[in-house]
Ligand binder design. Structure first.
Ligand SMILES: Cc1ncc(C[n+]2csc(CCOP(=O)(O)OP(=O)(O)O)c2C)c(N)n1
Ligand SMILES: [Mg+2]
Length: 309
């Protein structure tokens, strides 16, 4: 969680200096979801992600240097410097990929889960999506097909209540209830506090147990705060839209604050936590220096790697 948080903190200045070549969607605040879920996965399990991909990528063990190189458009980046923030991929750790078309990673995750089952590989596929993406038609179709084929698939909805600047209350009928929807498709469903690592990991573990036992797909909804604006690493509180998730409330329930309290409760000292923070910041700064010294893709590479291999 610390790596996810510090990596994005250190990337802010690069964004302001216009060094990040693609649009970026920061994961700050949502770390406990990606890490909580991925902490319950085996190395062979697969993960697919969204436009807000950095956290899922790092949580699954994706290479930090390759991520930063990708953000800076360098040829040794995750997508060879041609995909940017929304196209993270690291097949060496079974982070299968991320796509920015809302909801589109969900049927892809079902396809990956189908392959796991059909070829008796024994793994589980996880598809992350936002609350906005969860309203896409293809997601409902996937609930049905995944249930029909009893796929080893965990779908994780990160509900931060926002789709850009549209609040959930303005997008859904008054009685819309994702728990009822999931249950209507026959899918086990749990809701977790997405700011709280322990709650996310415990509920993910419970659902994964059923999936691994052959029980078919399940849905985990995590209620969480997006700290920053939709697609810039800056706060957007002055827009006056955040009536419920005010800065004060977000800071009070900040995932890192809760985790820090857990560590202290478990016996860690402030000095130990500070050492860990400093070591993590050094690691990130090294990755940034490495990326800055890395080459851009050559012009001849413009049309290579266009399709997934
Ligand atoms: C099919 C589609 N429609 C619209 C967009 C533009 N868009 C990008 S991110 C976003 C909001 C996504 O909200 P949510 O799924 O809740 O994820 P969050 O950004 O909150 O993590 C929108 C509308 C898109 N990428 N794909
Ligand atoms: Mg959202």
């Amino acid at each position: 969680m610390l790596l996810l948080r510090v990596a994005e903190e250190e990337l802010v200045q690069l964004y302001l200096d216009e060094k990040l070549f693609s649009m970026v969607h920061f994961y700050v605040g949502q770390e406990a979801v990606g890490v909580g879920v991925c902490s319950q996965l085996n190395p062979d399990d697969k993960v697919l992600s969204t436009h807000r991909s950095h956290g899922h990528y790092l949580a699954k063990g994706g290479d930090l240097k390759r991520m930063v190189c990708e953000l800076l458009g360098r040829s040794n980046g995750a997508a060879r410097g041609k995909g940017g923030s929304m196209h993270m991929i690291d097949k060496s750790v079974n982070f299968v990929g991320s796509t920015p078309l809302l909801g589109s990673a969900v049927p892809l995750a079902a396809g990956v889960a189908f392959e796991e089952k059909y070829n008796k590989k024994g793994g589980v596929a996880v598809g992350f999506m936002g609350d906005g993406a969860s309203e896409e038609g293809v997601v409902y179709e996937t609930y049905n097909l995944a249930a029909l084929y009893e796929l080893p698939l965990l779908l994780v909805i990160e509900n931060n209540t926002w789709s850009v600047n549209s609040n959930i209350n303005e997008r859904r009928g008054k009685k819309y209830d994702i728990a009822t929807i999931a249950k209507g498709f026959g899918l086990p469903y749990l809701r977790a506090d997405g700011n709280d690592f322990n709650d996310v990991s415990t509920k993910a573990a419970e659902l994964l147990k059923g999936i691994r036992a052959g029980g078919g797909p399940a849905v985990l909804e995590c209620l969480v705060y997006r700290h920053m604006a939709h697609s810039t690493p800056l706060m957007d509180d002055k827009q006056g839209l955040r009536r419920e998730d005010t800065l004060e409330r977000r800071l009070e329930r900040d995932s890192m604050k809760l985790m820090r309290a857990e560590l202290v409760k478990a016996g860690s000292t402030e000095a130990e936590i500070k050492d860990l923070e400093e070591a993590t910041r050094r690691e990130v700064r090294e990755a940034i220096e490495f990326a800055k010294a890395s080459p851009y893709p050559q012009q001849e590479e413009m049309f290579t790697d266009v399709f997934y291999e």
